[in-house]
Design a binder for this molecule. Sequence first.
Ligand code: SF4
Ligand code: SF4
Length: 429
Amino acid sequence: MSESVDRAVNAMKEQIDAPIASYFSSCVHCGICADACLFYTETGDPQYTPIHKLDLMKRVWEREYTFAGRIKKWLGLSRNITENDLTKWETLVYDSCTLCGRCSLYCPVGNDIVTMVRKMREAMAASGHAPEGLQQASKRAIEIGSPMGVTLKTLEAQIKHAEKEAGMEVPLDKQGVDYLMLLSSAEIAQFNEIIPAVTRIFHEAGVSWTLSSEAFEGTNSGIQIGSSDIAAELIQRIVDGAQKLKVKYVISPECGHAYTALRWEGPNLIGKPYPFEVVHIIELLDQLRTQGKLKLEGKDETRQTFHDPCQMVRRGGVMEQPRNLMNMVATDFVEMTEHSLMGWCCGGGGGVSANERAEPLRRKVFSKKREQLEEIGVERIVTACSNCRNMLEEGLEDNNMDEIEVVGLSEWLAEYLVTSSPRAAGDDS
Ligand code: SF4
Ligand code: SF4
């Protein structure tokens, strides 16, 4: 066994805990999970069957932790893991899985396959078998503070721009306010219209909030590459930033994995509870709606749909809120045939979009979204994740469907905002 294989096998052994062992032992090999995964449905290639993506870890489990497997090992009948196996399974767990969680819902025995993929990624990353793109993104996140290399200087420039557009101050490092708003790299660098949009909405709704110069980035590449240590360090930065400003709530941005990392995994990663609550921006907007603080006017007759970001909707449960909000202004809102809990992912989540090697496969599996959109014939797709937004724009362009507009929900709602006359900068009265 080479040193590299040895490291990978040991890393997999470390990741096989009681839940993983029980998932492997309860799998009835029915193959139903294949029909849940767009990498299988759009290619017909059996290697993309979700449970097969874990086969390498299963081999380790059988050989090391089952009676029959130990006997086989003793008799020299076990299948050895090779360098070639590691190369192949690296592409299976990183390039052909968006961590969307659809397969976990399909499995009749309740195997949480997405959790298994996460564990397998932990082992692969620990043994140095992770894609270059994700390794670089994680390095930038730790060293520069953002996986895309977005710096505070960039944020400050975008804040100035947003202040001009919104006609009011965008608060930065304001102590003692209720909410700390996080952004994703893509929202700062690319879809920066989100900043004036939330500034105007919060102003009208009377929400006291701020951005932080020390904790502005919500994206968590530690989750994507499969490194709990990196994920924890990035979460701790947010916790420190929030504590410094003494906020009561931290707002997760329109970014799927930022939400999963912060809302569901963060306290376990850092080993202690947060001194604040986490709320997704869409949850907060819906709360403001129910409190009568989000006042919108005008109706939009464009035929439009909502693309469900997997981490926010299926894995995070923020399912009804975007629909409540869209229905405030859209008169022709149509659902894709499979939506909400059973929505199909954009093909680029879970770090797939940051992995250049995966690009041809990712573009191929967009055919599922294309079919869904062709079926309902919409002019606009609204979504609430900047990565989904990127993937949708790119996929539509590839398929000559770029007449369909793609927008982020928060910024789209801001277009219908009932506005009072802008207050002076910094006036919270
Ligand atoms: S999590 Fe999604 S992409 Fe990954 S194997 Fe399951 S269905 Fe496929
Ligand atoms: S659906 Fe569940 S039981 Fe069936 S093959 Fe997939 S993981 Fe195994």
